[in-house]
Write a protein that binds this ligand. Structure first.
Ligand SMILES: Cc1cc2nc3c(=O)[nH]c(=O)nc-3n(C[C@H](O)[C@H](O)[C@H](O)COP(=O)(O)OP(=O)(O)OC[C@H]3O[C@@H](n4cnc5c(N)ncnc54)[C@H](O)[C@@H]3O)c2cc1C
Length: 472
């Protein structure tokens, strides 16, 4: 009897280290499918209320994804297979295709976050074939953790220590030989462009740290560049708090989060780099950061939707403000605090932001303005090229003091500005109104004489820097 499988690709847009592909390829016929889920584009409301609405996927991430799909299709075609592409809802598309090819099983990579799980369950209910779940988007597989995810520590350090001493990273899976396509004719479908999905394409800003083209080909090329071509990994620990340029950090995140790059492949490349070049604090630190990524994935598996509540997993009772005007100024990069504004403008113009920038921008909204942190997280959800629900909402909750740390995570953004941008090069790159000022003044334009300040066309600060940050 001929066996037929469907491979339902989601945020696992690669051939390398893809266990769902390996399992699905163990059949006589294989149909790889990608569905542009209509619910991911256009406006969404927050937690079932319409008091706050936002765009779920902005133009840059949409384009990144489209490029990743085109790349995956071409890589599959090179191996005699293909990628069927549809726009619609996954239940209808997958049940129709499974019937059409008489599939025995549908293989998919599962995710721990509530919306992704709900879609899986919906598909499982309607598809007339077994839904087989795989897990491969983290460095460590949940089955290999020293504790069950339901009992992992809610604080990073004990979690990390337990994992480092009690678990190991699996070897990345090889690319299998791909079976023929099913005999039944299935139209491959046209890859939509952003406007077909109702998303406005965003222009490219030449100040972006990288061009960030989606796809496995580009993801692997960036891995090669960062480790081998530029040797940047050697100094990652010293440079990772940077703000300007291509190589202060790996910039792997967009490819990791759309699944164009497997974290285990990154880890294997770091192993090889350690053997051939150097093993030092920096090579360790890249794994340390990838483990932060794992931590949030497993935390979402443990706590689920509680992460999206105002008080978070700590169930804290904080009177978050719903201040539209303050929120708008923050999104536009017009808070009057140059370091915050520079970061918000970089995010809007490019879809990428350094970790240091994200921490400061988030802390300003949540801790200084006390605006509902989830509004900020939702804005990041729209804009980020590397958006992932667990990494984004998990980090936001952490900074807002409702997540995985009981300490006050409030940042003194003025101190941070002077510490991480001592020459105000970053601020002057993004806040052109201030580009002629000397560094101290660029960070604190309110200290200028009144007439010079009035001539700047730059807003007065939304918070009083003196009371909020002391002397800076
Ligand atoms: C408010 C806020 C929101 C964030 N939202 C996201 C998000 O939606 N998606 C996302 O991938 N990261 C998010 N981060 C984490 C971090 O800022 C980015 O992963 C990192 O800046 C990406 O750049 P990079 O690949 O050069 O990182 P590198 O410094 O080179 O780190 C290597 C990899 O480690 C992982 N990593 C590093 N730091 C973290 C962290 N704190 N949490 C989780 N993973 C981490 C990422 O996968 C990253 O690609 C957020 C951080 C904050 C403070």
């Amino acid at each position: 009897m001929v066996t037929t499988t469907l491979l339902w690709l989601r945020r696992d847009l690669r051939l390398h280290d893809n266990p769902a592909l390996v399992a699905a390829a163990d059949a006589d016929r294989l149909l790889p499918v990608y569905v542009f889920d209509e619910d991911h584009y256009g406006t969404a409301d927050f937690g079932g209320t319409d008091s706050f609405t936002y765009e779920k996927t902005g133009g840059r991430r949409t384009q990144f994804r489209i490029d990743a799909i085109a790349d995956l299709r071409s890589r599959l075609r090179d191996r005699g297979s293909d990628l069927v592409v549809r726009v619609g809802d996954p239940e209808t598309v997958l049940s129709t295709l499974a019937d059409r090819v008489d599939a025995d099983a549908v293989h998919v990579h599962t995710r721990p976050t509530p919306e992704e799980r709900a879609v899986e369950r919906a598909v499982e209910r309607v598809v007339d074939a077994d839904l087989v779940r795989h897990w491969s988007h983290t460095l460590y597989h949940p089955d290999d953790l020293p504790n069950d995810v339901s009992t992992i520590d809610d604080t990073y350090t004990p979690f990390r220590k337990a994992v480092e001493s009690g678990a190991r990273v699996r070897t990345p899976a090889s690319v299998p030989t791909l079976p023929d396509r099913p005999a039944a004719a299935v139209d491959a479908g046209v890859i939509p462009d952003a406007t077909d999905l109702g998303v406005e394409a965003d222009p490219i800003d030449d100040r972006a740290v990288l061009a960030f083209e989606g796809g496995e080909t580009e993801g692997l090329a960036r891995l090669d560049e960062y480790l081998w071509a530029t040797d940047s990994l050697r100094e990652y620990k010293e440079t990772r708090n940077g703000l300007l340029g291509r190589d202060y950090s790996s910039k792997f995140s967009p490819w990791l989060n759309e699944g164009c790059l497997s974290p285990r492949r990154v880890s294997a490349a770091v192993d090889a780099y350690e053997d051939e070049r150097v093993a030092n604090d920096s090579t360790y630190w890249l794994r340390f950061e990838l483990l932060w990524r794992d931590f949030f994935q497993f935390q979402f598996a443990k706590h689920g939707g509680t992460f999206f509540t105002p008080g978070g997993i700590r169930r804290r009772d904080i009177a978050w403000r719903e201040d539209d005007a303050a929120f708008d100024r923050w999104t536009r990069g017009e808070t009057g605090i140059p370091f915050v504004d520079a970061n918000m403008r970089e995010l809007a113009a490019t879809g990428y932001l350094s970790n240091r920038g994200r921490q400061n921008a988030a802390s300003f909204l949540a801790n200084d303005l006390r605006v509902d942190w989830r509004w900020g997280a939702a804005y990041f959800e729209t804009r980020l090229l590397d958006y992932d629900p667990a990494s984004n909402y998990g980090n936001w909750a952490y900074v807002a003091g409702v997540g995985n740390d009981s300490r006050n995570r409030s940042f003194d953004v003025l101190w941070q500005a002077h510490r991480y941008d001592p020459d105000a090069e970053y601020v002057r790159r993004w806040v052109s109104e201030l580009d002629r000022l000397p560094p101290d003044r660029a960070h604190e334009p309110w200290t200028l004489p009144d007439d010079e300040r009035a001539a700047l066309d730059y807003p007065a600060p939304m918070v009083d820097p003196e009371t909020q940050y002391g002397e800076g």
